[in-house]
Design a protein around this ligand. Structure first.
Ligand code: MN
Length: 132
């Protein structure tokens, strides 16, 4: 998996997602908007990536085969270096209670799937500005 080194002015986004097609889509969108994109295909990989580099924001898929996004969010929020890093849940689940569940797990917001190519960069910028 290609994880690109960051330019100082480019916010670093970690995208945790088991589906490679989704990763490709989001990587293309975000790179076109000058974000630096780190990727993890599983919870285990995500934990590895954040050991090397603290991202400015984490996009978190919820449905993953090993550890789900809720559980991983709780684990990441326990890492002191990541305490202030916003975690945004990406969920295809439109069931009632998903928003509440992601907030309970420690997510700072959520974006609904399918991903809207036109609004994703704006949504991410908004979440990044809330952080500051
Ligand atoms: Mn998934």
């Amino acid at each position: 998996m290609d994880n690109f080194l960051s330019d100082e002015n480019q916010p670093i986004i970690l995208y945790v997602e088991d589906n490679p097609d989704n990763r490709t889509l989001v990587r293309r969108i975000l790179m076109a908007y000058d974000f630096t994109v780190l990727e993890a295909g599983s919870a285990a990989q995500a934990l590895e990536v954040v050991r090397d580099q603290v991202p400015d924001l984490i996009l978190m898929d919820i449905n993953m085969p090993d550890i789900d996004g809720y559980t991983l969010t709780s684990q990441l929020k326990d890492v002191p270096e990541l305490f202030n890093v916003p975690i945004i849940a990406l969920t295809a689940n439109v069931m009632k209670g998903d928003r509440e569940r992601s907030l309970e797990a420690g997510c700072d917001g959520y974006i609904q799937k399918p991903i809207d190519v036109d609004t994703l960069p704006t949504q991410i910028r908004r979440f990044l500005s809330l952080k500051r």
